[in-house]
Design a protein around this ligand. Sequence first.
Ligand code: TYD
Length: 209
Amino acid sequence: MSHKYPGKLILFEGCEGSGKSTLIKALGEILREKDYNVVETKEPNGLARDILLNPDHFLTPREELAIFIDGRAEHFSETIIPALLKGDIILCDRSSPSTIAYQHYGRGLDLTDILIRDAKARQNVNFDLIILLDINPEIDLERKKPETRFELEAINFHHCVRNGYLEQAENDPDGKWMVIDASKDAGIVCLEALDAIYKLLAKRGKEIA
Ligand code: TYD
């Protein structure tokens, strides 16, 4: 079980430029038209976002991790859990799997330490569905001029991150991950994601009935 709340927590993951934000916007519009209450949210947010992304800031990997984890604790307690309680559908752009992909596979920080701190920050609330937009970082970074501290990392870092995502998706005991080839047409990517979301919502209908 992902959590005890009536809402659904749908997470979108992938490397920079994989098209997550465009996809989330399109899905939000479609679901709202069908009268679902949808909350779109993302990590990192607020002041933490500027501290973490600004290439002029020097942070050690441990400092970086601490800021992501603190931001997540606030995000879950102030935005995600209240929306889940109301029964909303949350479309969330990045969360825990990003920390595993970037701070463990990318930066080399200890996985067990990350898992313990991350679960606490989420208050053990788990995701209902994780949609990974997979794309080769070489194509990915071509779509956008690198600007942030992460985008400016060497290509090898981005390959480690992609591999980190694919390993998480493969090692998926609860069947929550769905991998979509993000090099495909945006309309097809959207239809595939929508299909997975409708299946999840149909399951919810059965649980309530
Ligand atoms: P952002 O501009 O939001 O990336 P995008 O729009 O491509 O999703 O930048 C967030 C950056 O933070 C992104 O490079 C990934 C990184 N990140 C981590 O390293 N660890 C984390 O836990 C999270 C949530 C993000």
